[in-house]
Design a protein around this ligand. Structure first.
Ligand code: AMP
Length: 279
């Protein structure tokens, strides 16, 4: 596996694989089976798989967990090597933002970025779209793979590529869960065993909503009430938002349709968790 550290390293490597179909999997490291399923999908569809590990300071708020975000680099590199990844891009912050974040051109998808997670994390999506556009311009992949776990992010990144005519096809990969139903996340390492059990209730609440929909209820008010009731049985879970949305535009749907998504964001102590389910 090639270790690429600078933009010049990537461009040099990219030249050597110019005839190949290239897939890209951006990550912030602390890799788990969710990341590995993106990598497997990329390897199935592409001839070359490039993974990046970069904890992007631009997407963290001032009071968020940038400093404590897990960074088990050696373990991550071994996982990538064992998985047969062709190259890993490990830029520093100076490589991605040579003139500093404040002086760097920002990319922002309006509207979508201020909904749902954008309400409590107003700079988050701008940080994500800015870094992903920069990574795409460095790597020039044909395909880029993102998890449905971060559903709003996925929709925003598709819109960004469309709006900026970035010729990268975005591929969505289903959510990987623990046996309990808890969606895998690098931030789950912040949870005690007890809180992990509590967190599994988030998926159970989503499933309760889906079951009601499968039983023929389509009123969004009723479906969301069911989800909320299920979550509120655990007072330790602090709900940020619950929404029932169109899967392409994220517009709230008063009447649920097949393929709509129920989205949840909630806190357990200081850990923010997100999850969603397809109806
Ligand atoms: P992160 O390292 O958290 O920025 O995530 C990198 C990529 O992995 C994003 O596209 C996420 O949506 C995806 N991802 C994270 N957790 C999961 C999961 N449990 N299942 C599927 N994809 C995931």
């Amino acid at each position: 596996m090639k270790h690429l550290k600078t933009v010049a390293d990537v461009w040099h490597y990219r030249d050597s694989i110019s005839s190949k179909l290239v897939g890209f999997v951006p990550t912030m490291g602390a890799l788990h089976e969710g990341h590995m399923s993106l990598i497997k999908q990329c390897q199935k569809e592409c001839e070359v798989t490039i993974v990046s590990i970069f904890v992007n300071p631009a997407q963290f708020g001032k009071s968020e967990d940038l400093d404590t975000y897990p960074r088990p680099l050696e373990k991550d590199l071994k996982l990538l090597e064992d998985a047969g990844v062709n190259a890993v891009f490990l830029p520093t912050t100076d490589v991605i933002y040579p003139s500093g974040i404040e002086n760097t051109t920002q990319i922002m998808v309006p509207g979508l970025s201020s909904l749902y997670c954008g309400v409590t994390r107003p700079h988050f999506f701008q940080g994500v779209t800015t870094v992903v556009s920069r990574l795409m311009h460095i790597i020039f992949p044909h395909f880029a793979f993102f998890g449905e776990k971060d559903f709003q992010q996925l929709v925003i990144l598709k819109k960004m590529c469309e709006d900026l005519f970035i010729p990268v096809q975005i591929k969505a990969v289903p959510i990987v869960r623990e046996h309990s139903g808890l969606a895998l996340s690098s931030r789950n390492t912040y949870l005690s065993e007890e809180n992990k059990e509590l967190a599994a209730r988030i998926y159970k609440a989503l499933k309760a909503g889906k079951e009601l929909f499968d039983d023929g209820v389509s009123s969004s008010i009723q479906l969301l009430e069911q989800v909320r009731m299920y979550l509120e049985q655990a007072p330790e879970i602090e709900i940020d938002y619950i929404a029932l949305v169109d899967p392409n535009t994220l517009a709230p749907h008063p009447e649920a349709k097949t393929e709509d998504r129920i989205l949840i964001a909630a806190y357990i102590q200081n850990t923010r968790l997100i999850d969603n389910i397809e109806l």
